[in-house]
Each structure stands twice: as structure tokens, then as C-alpha cells.
Design a protein around this ligand. Structure first.
Ligand code: DGL
Length: 282
């Protein structure tokens, strides 16, 4: 299907591109909608190729590159990698290769965690890829060399969140299996380093206890986007004039995506289009 791309002569009115392996990045899109209500969004969820969390760095860079090209064809003015795994593996490469402002979700979360920890002991949970990359420790040590980082991959949280088992005894048992060891490490701050984990926030909080502060990078990423757009004079000035300010594209299962999106977004998702990246010439 040929797509209708609106070209924006005023770059400020162009949309922001947001992408993820699938639905998880909607937790980031949701924060952008709440905190930057004038911004239009083109969202891409790579539902045909998810999960990203257990794939290699090379593969994630290749997928991400293709998606950035697709979003640029939609005339976006900036790109948010709303996926921790893709941010961990591909952000540096994409920033070098493309002439468009690109941010990920790792640094914003790391900055908050570094600023709130009292005992300099921070936990990070995420996919196998994100935790294996050690990227949070790199960021956190740069911010404060005294910080000790304890990482734990929690891959089963992703399907459990997608299943909607947000407060289910099975999810609670899995959480104990993953997190009981972390609880013994005396951390006072825990970064939710995967897009799906904010959906399990209350359950993770109950397991960790109220003395552990949970950091959701999605909110901080929306604030980082606002700073970036302000600095580059790219902030939208004309709120809510387009009929569809939010457009959603997926590489598979558009109906399932739409159902999930409608369950978590403060907005009724009407337009979700399935596309083949190969057919888009990217
Ligand atoms: N969006 C991914 C992340 O934040 C989680 C889902 C996946 O593995 O694709 O790392």
C-alpha cells in the first residue's frame, strides 16, 4: 500500500518518530503524549521480528537502521528509540550514520537513578541483551564512579506483561525467582530497563519493598525529548490540528497491536497500518 506522507515545510510541525520491537515502546509514547501534548507521533512497532531482547547486537543494529530509514521517509524531525535493547545496541551507530536527532531510553533513566540513590547501589533489570551489554554500568560510572551496579535479566516479564498478567500469582512467583537475589544486594534504586516493566511496576515494587525506589525511564525520556526539541527549536507550536496526530505502523499483527495500544494509551488508536519494510525500499 502506498503511504500518504505529509511534508512539513515548518520542521517544528513534523512528527516525532518513535520505535520499538513491538508494543513495549507504547509506555514511552504514552509519556510523550502526556508531557508533550502538541507533538505528533509516528510510531513503528517491529511486531514481525520481536523480541529484540535475545537477539545479537549486529541484528538489532540492522533492524534499527531499517526502521530509522522508514521513519525518515515519514518526514519525522527527531527519533526516540523506545526500546532498551535497541538503545543499548544501536544508538551510538545510528547517531553516527543518520543526520537527525536520535535519543534512546538508557541515559535518562541512568541520570535519575544516579541522582536519587543514597547508598550508591543501583539495580537494573532488563532483557538478556540490555543486561549483557553492561550499558547502564557504563553510563552510571561516568556519572559517578562510586556507584555499584547490579544487573539482572528478567526475560519472562515481557510475555507476562503482554499476556496482561500484571497482578497475577504466576507473575508474582516469577518476580520472586528473579528478584529475591537482587533484594539481598542492598540496592536502594532499581531501573526498570525494559519497556514492558513499567506495566508490572506495582508488582515489582511489592516484591522489592518500599525502601527501593523504582525508576521508569519512559517519563525521563519524554523530558529529554522536550529538552532536545527546545534546544534545536523543533518544538511544535500548533497543538492538535491534525486529524490523526498519532499514526501507528507495525510489521505484523496490526489488530492485536491496536487492542493492546487501546488498553494502555490515554487515546483511542484508530489507525494502525501493517507494512513490509522490504516493500518500503528501506
Ligand atoms: N522493547 C524491548 C526492550 O525494552 C523488550 C521486548 C523485546 O525483547 O523485544 O528491551
Amino acid at each position: 500500500m502506498k503511504m500518504n506522507v505529509i511534508e512539513h515545510t515548518d520542521r517544528r510541525e513534523a512528527p516525532v518518530g518513535v520505535f520499538d520491537s513491538g508494543i513495549g515502546g507504547l509506555t514511552v509514547a504514552r509519556e510523550i503524549m502526556r508531557n508533550l501534548p502538541s507533538e505528533k507521533i509516528v510510531y513503528f512497532g517491529d511486531t514481525a521480528r520481536l523480541p529484540y531482547g535475545n537477539k545479537s547486537k549486529e541484528t538489532i543494529i540492522r533492524f534499527s537502521r531499517q526502521i530509522v530509514r522508514f521513519l525518515m521517509k515519514q518526514d519525522v524531525k527527531a527519533i526516540v528509540i523506545a526500546c532498551n535493547t535497541a538503545s543499548a545496541f544501536a544508538l551510538d551507530t545510528l547517531k553516527k550514520e543518520f543526520d537527525i536527532p536520535i535519543i534512546g531510553v538508557i541515559d535518562a533513566g541512568a541520570e535519575v537513578a544516579a541522582s536519587v540513590t543514597k547508598n550508591h547501589r543501583i539495580g537494573v533489570i532488563g532483557t538478556v541483551g540490555t543486561i549483557g551489554s553492561g550499558i547502564h554500568a557504563d553510563y552510571l560510572h561516568r556519572l559517578d564512579p562510586r556507584i555499584e551496579v547490579v544487573g539482572k535479566a528478567c526475560p519472562l516479564f515481557v510475555p507476562l506483561a503482554e499476556e496482561g498478567w500484571l497482578n497475577d500469582p504466576v507473575t508474582e512467583a516469577v518476580a520472586h525467582r528473579y528478584l529475591d537475589d537482587l533484594k539481598k544486594k542492598d540496592i536502594d534504586t532499581l531501573i526498570l530497563g525494559c519497556t514492558h516493566y513499567p506495566l508490572l511496576r506495582s508488582l515489582i515494587g511489592n516484591v522489592m519493598g518500599s525502601h527501593v525506589r523504582l525508576v521508569n525511564p519512559a517519563y525521563e525520556t519524554a523530558l529529554e525529548l522536550r529538552n532536545l526539541l527546545t534546544e534545536q527549536d523543533l518544538l511544535s507550536k500548533t497543538p492538535g490540528e491534525e486529524e490523526f496526530p498519532y499514526r501507528f505502523f507495525v510489521s505484523d499483527l496490526a489488530e492485536e497491536f491496536k487492542k493492546f495500544a487501546n488498553s494502555i494509551l490515554p487515546y483511542d488508536v484508530e489507525m494502525t497500518q501493517k507494512i513490509n519494510l522490504e516493500d518500503e525500499g528501506v
